[in-house]
Design a protein around this ligand. Structure first.
Ligand code: NAP
Ligand code: ZN
Length: 335
């Protein structure tokens, strides 16, 4: 197989530069995807900067991938050449542990990331185990669907796992790539939705996406008014917050669920946890089964990312814009 061209960081925080690598022989269970679109998730920025201490360079980011099947390993039966497919954060798992065999591959200890210790989707092609490559419903446009492969499944999975329904009062903290999709799914699940944002100018769009209420998190009074009102609070913020205030926004038995990764450890007082039997939880992406379900729900309920399209060659420009929180709401690279 020919070399794969991509854009790689060669050191922590460095600008991406053209880079090519030899992918070797295609494995029997692997798929090679010719990439048309790849979203820029904030996790890519964390990895470029080595915020999590796991990055290896040169490193091609990208894990919100849509493209077409370019090559199939000998054992792959479920996909056809040329078919439109997607690939998210996870590209392989052991397949035999108790989590994999229950269809919770995202919890597998041997999980492999699409762009962790391997080369991701800011490239012309990418490879993954076929179990993690999903067909894209016809109703979804590639540009608007690419962000669903990571941002979408990451917010859909906890809403679904924690049984959000029309009786639920849901809050979404941080209206960025993940948050703007979370509002739409929570609304599609029938919940009453409150958007928490540090950007006052996002109010109109948050309401248009489905939020019933908008809380400017910079206003102490507005934050106090939501005390004791929410059942499920999903935080997508990648910055430290006063988490005890959010804990106070929960009703008894409410759940503060982390999908965004703040830099510092989360500290909260134990008393409100105990007195209201409240929970703090976390959630990583979702299984391939959930990913297919999420895409189907998105197609039927009109859930889609609001995107800003950049040519692949302008990835650095797009990244700078994401860093400055200037993208509404997901940058997508196109080949
Ligand atoms: P993003 O598009 O940059 O959005 C993050 C949002 O957080 C911003 O739009 C902003 O919303 C808010 N925010 C940022 N800095 C803030 C600050 N200093 N104070 C208050 N609010 C701030 O990022 P993303 O792609 O949605 O990713 C968000 C996080 O989720 C990242 O940490 C990423 O690594 C993580 N993630 C986790 C998983 C998982 O499996 N758990 C999967 C994907 C991503 P407002 O303007 O509305 O305040
Ligand atoms: Zn991601």
């Amino acid at each position: 197989m020919a070399q794969i061209q991509g854009l790689a960081a060669h050191a922590a925080g460095a600008e991406l530069l053209p880079f090519h690598y030899d992918p070797g022989k295609l494995g029997a269970h692997e798929v090679e995807i010719a990439i048309t679109h790849c979203g820029i998730c904030h996790s890519d920025l964390h990895l470029i900067a080595n915020d999590w201490g796991i990055s290896q360079y040169p490193f091609i980011p990208g894990h919100e991938i849509i493209g077409t099947v370019a090559a199939l390993g000998d054992e792959v039966r479920q996909l056809a050449p040329g078919e439109r497919v997607g690939l998210g954060w996870q590209s392989n798992s052991c397949g035999v542990c108790e989590w994999c065999t229950q269809g919770m591959e995202n919890l597998c200890e041997q999980s492999e990331g699409t762009c962790v210790h391997r080369n991701g989707g800011y490239a012309e092609r990418v490879r993954a185990n076929a179990r993690f490559v999903v067909a894209i419903p016809d109703a979804l446009k590639s540009e608007q669907a690419a962000p669903l492969l990571c941002a979408g499944i990451t917010v859909y999975n906890p809403l679904r796992t924690h049984s959000v329904n029309p009786s639920s009062r849901v809050g979404v903290i941080g209206i960025g790539g993940l948050g703007h999709i979370a509002i739409q799914f929570a609304r599609a699940f029938g919940a009453e939705v409150t958007a928490f944002s540090s950007s006052a100018d996002k109010e109109e769009e948050a309401r248009a996406l489905g939020a019933h209420r908008f809380v400017n998190t910079r206003e102490t009074k507005a934050m106090k008014e939501v005390a004791g009102r929410l059942d499920f609070l999903l935080t997508t913020v990648n910055a430290d917050q006063d988490w005890s205030t959010y804990l106070q926004a929960l009703r008894p038995t409410g759940n503060l669920c982390f999908v965004g990764v703040p830099p510092s450890p989360v500290t909260v007082p134990a008393f409100p946890l105990i007195s209201g039997a409240r929970l703090i939880s976390g959630s990583p992406i979702g299984s391939p089964h959930r990913l297919r379900e999420m895409l189907d729900v998105a197609a039927r309920h009109g859930v889609k990312a609001t995107t800003e399209l950049f040519p692949m060659a302008k990835a650095n420009e797009a990244i700078e814009k994401v860093k400055k929180s200037k993208v509404r709401y997901r940058a997508v690279l196109a080949n």
